[in-house]
Design a protein around this ligand. Structure first.
Ligand code: SF4
Length: 72
């Protein structure tokens, strides 16, 4: 697990200084996020080619602490 992940089309980063471990992201996309020790991590086994980037961006927008950054 790591605070970042992605492929050549999309990159994601979780700012652990902002993340409060609410787990909203894990509940929405458990295939990408897992919360450990009250910090969201990116799973090691994400199949990035099958990820819905629009859904990922919606999850980032719904983070109450704006801790998720998506780039492409
Ligand atoms: S929704 Fe945001 S604050 Fe909550 S666990 Fe995920 S990254 Fe952290």
């Amino acid at each position: 697990m790591s605070a970042e992940g992605g492929n050549d089309k999309v990159r994601i980063f979780v700012d652990h200084g902002s993340c409060s471990g609410t787990a909203h992201c894990q509940q929405s996309m458990p295939n990408v996020f897992v919360v450990a020790n009250r910090k969201a991590q990116i799973r090691d086994d994400v199949d990035w080619d099958s990820i819905d980037v629009a859904q990922l961006m919606a999850v980032a927008d719904s983070c109450p602490w704006y801790a998720i950054t998506i780039s492409s």
